[in-house]
Ligand binder design. Sequence first.
Ligand code: HEM
Length: 389
Amino acid sequence: MDNLWENAAATMSSSPQRFLPVSAALTAAGAALALAAPGGHWLPAALWHLVFAVGALPMILLAMGYFVPVLTRSRDAPRLLAAAPVAAMAAGIGIVGFFLHGTPALRLDAPWLALLAVGGFAVWIARRWKACMGHPNPCLGWYASALGLLALGLLAVAVSPYVPEQTRALRLFHLHINTLGFIGLTALGTLQVLLPTVAGRPDPDAATRLARDLKWSAGGALGVALGAAFAPPLALAAAVVYAWPLVRLMIHAWRTWRHEIVAAGSTLPLLAAALAGLILALGHGAIHANGIAAGAADIPFFVIGFLLPLVSGAAGHLLPVWLRPGLQNAWHRDGRRRLAYGARLRGALLLAGGLLAAAGQGAGYGLGVMCALWLVLSLIVVAVSRPPR
Ligand code: HEM
């Protein structure tokens, strides 16, 4: 236990990345709660925001705080930057409070607080981009676009109380742009860098793909959100545009790392499952846009089939270095081995779980809860494990 305090002390005293393990565990725990909870009026919205706004949003800002210095070849993020994910989490807690208690002030203020946090963070990225010697890694464009789309999504729910006749349209815009735009683009940009890192083999085409595909992914996400809100045919066309670079990345990953994807010992099976899960969730989205399936089933599909394998795969590889940056030793290797344990099985269970949940089967939710708790427990086990003396 004293090692946990040692970690906590180290967490408070150094760069924001030390909050990442806690944020990843919060996202997974929130997912377990949201998937285990019964239906009801505002409860789903409250619990989905526990996952998306209290967990994933701060986690993604922290991850960007960790990766942006690498992408711009600049020094570590300043400690003060942690104020942005903390403010975003406060806004998330605020909106969960509104959904549970109906306090109007929380509904009106939370979106603006989140916008402030995202705006401040975007200024920091812009400054690092401007100060970068030469061109930054093109993944930076994905992060900037993801934040821009999130800002639009937050603005939609910030103004919707003042235009009640547009509440439904703005809600649909918000939920599509935040899931496919903000989380989707951050994930796709990061995966292009993370897949070769986890596979331990370089990917010479990654930078070209990142530079070429951003317009399709960002344009597709914006088109799906605008279409879902105002013109369904546009959403379908935009879904095809969004799927194009996604399917190409999936094919490239299978061709390049198929042996590692089906092998034990790394979290690559989980990252590959996340890619497949996003493609399937998008397909289900196109089906529900045609009224064949229930739109509400798409959120659990997105969480079980995409978000959980993504967080399990990324945190499973990066947690040791988040906790103990610098020289890698036996503790890091052992930590990764533990976090990668059962990665193939979990990847398959989460994909099956997502499909079952989309079909309205409770078993799908159960698989999601099980794998979310598995991730939380393994993060804790590694976080409290002792480094070699
Ligand atoms: C702190 C930031 C956020 C705030 C303040 C916020 C606020 C809101 C509000 C007010 C609604 C209800 C709109 C209505 O029905 O009038 C809503 C719905 C929704 N939001 Fe957010 N949101 C935030 C972040 C996110 C994020 C990051 C995501 C996903 C990545 C997200 C996904 C959703 C979804 C899926 C719904 C529909 C929930 C349902 O009706 O069951 N939100 N949000």
